[in-house]
Design a protein around this ligand. Structure first.
Ligand SMILES: Cc1cc2nc3c(=O)[nH]c(=O)nc-3n(C[C@H](O)[C@H](O)[C@H](O)COP(=O)(O)OP(=O)(O)OC[C@H]3O[C@@H](n4cnc5c(N)ncnc54)[C@H](O)[C@@H]3O)c2cc1C
Length: 520
């Protein structure tokens, strides 16, 4: 994978297409998608092995949809745990139960909330990468780098102290919230830090009722979230450290944190396998791209864990950038295509930080009025609202990231039916199959629901652009798709162009205006 020579000073000199710094979930996903598209990658990490703590738990439906492109979805779903329901408790009484297993059954092939701890998830990604012939280079640190205009020169330091100069066409900064790469390119990280300190613990608990379901409990000013891993009494607890104890969280143990909400659930903690405290920030970086350097994942945005979005968003950054880098490195698109990475992902990061901030502030606000609204009004509202299918669906759409669209992107054009350029393709199941089957390859493609125009078939044949036609049925109309329209899909499966006329001239124009030639 790596070409080697020697510098004048005798240190090793290597070359690669993309140097990925950081082998967390973001870097690993980026390496997988780039390798799958034929690019030469190196992925380095200064740590000696993958993370060993559970951290991010939820794998959202949109991530599972993308994992079809690497044939990983079944492995993740079967290794994870589908949370059957979430119960909401206030002062020892269950106020609401929300069924989660089929909340998105009209929206996604993965209509549930899947819990799959980050440490296991990372190991699965590492294994997949190995099966593609790529090893994570551990105990290898990025020391510094220089953007030379036509490449990036990076100084790496190995475990044995040896230094290496690696020349890469592009540098992918997947180096986490403290990102040395972000610091070196001088990109700000605006936002703030919540005054509350979180604690997380992996526990074995008995007496949970109903067992194996998620529980959220509010008790005076305390709150606790319990997520089951499996149906064998293993749970992840998340809570807040209150009062003066928050000033020195590094000295706390599980026994020190408030136990009122735990007591109110009437459960017994049998064993604490892992306990940690951490401060939560809400920040987005000013630049996702500077020259040949990109920021992805926590290096670019951090927010509260409310809603389980962090890791999923990093993985989606990785997928968004990977097809663009592949096109540019292969000479199929101009460098300007890469600017759309910042346009698309930064806008989403701002929205995400705002939403999680609202949720977090609601869950943690202090004072009598805040407690009254949170503990008395909202459970009533939720228990009524969640019985409405439309509310359940809406909540699923938001949390699962299936509503994420790129309407303001220069890559998004047109509208056919109620589907716009920049939208996620609506998912439509039919007789044991669905219209997502063709999305398992990473390539441009056209979908027509109904009859394609004859010249469209010829054009697609000539340009070797896969054309998928689906016999018209009312389910497509219900999903917002227009009969006989052309939907051009990007390699990351978002709709680039929605053309109700289904004309080849608009397809031609789309690619010509952007200088994209995917056949090169
Ligand atoms: C205690 C805890 C609990 C969490 N709980 C949740 C949760 O419930 N839900 C949720 O969505 N998220 C949660 N998160 C956040 C989630 O873990 C992150 O969003 C996710 O790990 C981000 O992935 P990443 O790949 O972008 O960065 P990271 O996982 O931080 O990976 C960055 C990697 O870069 C490496 N690196 C850094 N600098 C260099 C260098 N100079 N050279 C080489 N390598 C370098 C690091 O060693 C690290 O392995 C939690 C985080 C913590 C710490």
């Amino acid at each position: 994978m790596t070409q080697k020579s020697t510098t004048q000073t005798g240190s090793k000199m290597t070359q690669t297409d993309i140097l990925i710094v950081g082998a967390g979930p973001t870097g690993l996903a980026h390496a997988l998608w780039l390798t799958k598209q034929g690019l030469k990658v190196r992925i380095i990490d200064k740590s000696s092995g993958p993370g060993e703590t559970s951290r991010a738990m939820a794998v959202q439906a949109r991530t599972l949809e993308f994992y079809r492109q690497l044939d990983m979805t079944d492995a993740v779903v079967s290794a994870g745990y589908k949370t059957p329901a979430m119960n909401m408790w206030v002062r020892g009484k269950r106020q609401a139960q929300v069924k989660l297993l089929d909340a998105g059954q009209e929206i996604s092939p993965y209509p549930f909330v899947l819990v799959y701890p980050q440490d296991r998830h990372e190991r699965l990604l590492v294994d997949r990468l190995q099966s593609l012939g790529i090893e994570v280079e551990r105990q290898t640190e990025l020391v510094s780098f220089e953007d030379k205009g036509d490449k990036v020169t990076a100084l790496l330091k190995h475990k044995d102290g040896q230094e290496e100069t690696c020349q890469a066409l592009y540098l992918a900064g997947c180096d986490g919230a403290r990102s040395p790469i972000r610091h070196q390119i001088g990109s700000g990280f605006e936002g703030g830090t919540y005054k509350q300190v979180f604690y997380v613990a992996d526990v074995v608990a008995t007496g949970v009722n109903p067992a194996g379901e998620a529980q959220i409990a509010f008790e005076k000013s305390e709150f606790i979230l319990m997520m089951p891993y499996t149906n064998t009494n293993q749970y992840r607890l998340i809570g807040i450290v209150r009062d003066e104890r928050a000033e020195h969280p590094e000295n706390l143990t599980f026994e020190d944190v408030g136990h009122e909400a735990i007591k109110a659930l009437n459960i017994k903690i049998e064993q604490v396998n892992w306990f940690s405290t951490y401060r939560v920030h809400h920040r987005v970086t000013d630049h996702f791209r500077k020259g040949r350097v990109f920021l992805l994942g926590d290096a670019a945005h951090v927010h509260s864990p409310a809603g389980g979005q962090g890791m999923n968003t990093g993985i989606m950054d990785a997928i968004n950038l990977a097809w663009k880098l592949a096109a540019v490195v292969k000479g199929q698109a101009p460098d300007s295509l890469l600017d759309s990475y910042e346009t698309e992902r930064q806008a989403f990061a701002y929205t995400l930080v705002e939403t999680t901030d609202r949720l977090f502030t609601f869950a943690t606000a202090e004072g009598n009025f805040a407690e009254f609204v949170r503990n008395r009004i909202s459970p009533l509202f939720i228990s009524v609202a969640y019985k409405l299918e439309s509310v359940r669906e809406y909540m699923f759409r938001v949390v699962s990231q299936t509503t994420l669209s790129y309407h303001k992107s220069p890559l998004s054009i047109g509208k056919a039916g109620s589907v716009h350029g920049g939208d996620r393709l609506p998912w439509v199941p039919f007789s044991g199959n669905d219209n997502y089957d063709s999305l398992s390859t990473i390539q441009w493609q056209v979908h027509v629901y109904g009859e394609p125009k004859p010249d469209l078939k010829t054009w697609c044949d000539q340009h070797k652009l896969p054309l998928h036609t689906f016999a018209w049925q009312s389910a497509y109309q219900k999903a917002g798709l227009a009969q006989d329209a052309t939907y051009l899909l990007r390699p990351d499966t978002y709709i680039a162009l929605a053309d109700p006329e289904g004309s080849v001239a608009t397809l031609d124009q789309y690619f010509n205006e952007r200088g994209i030639n995917f056949n090169l």
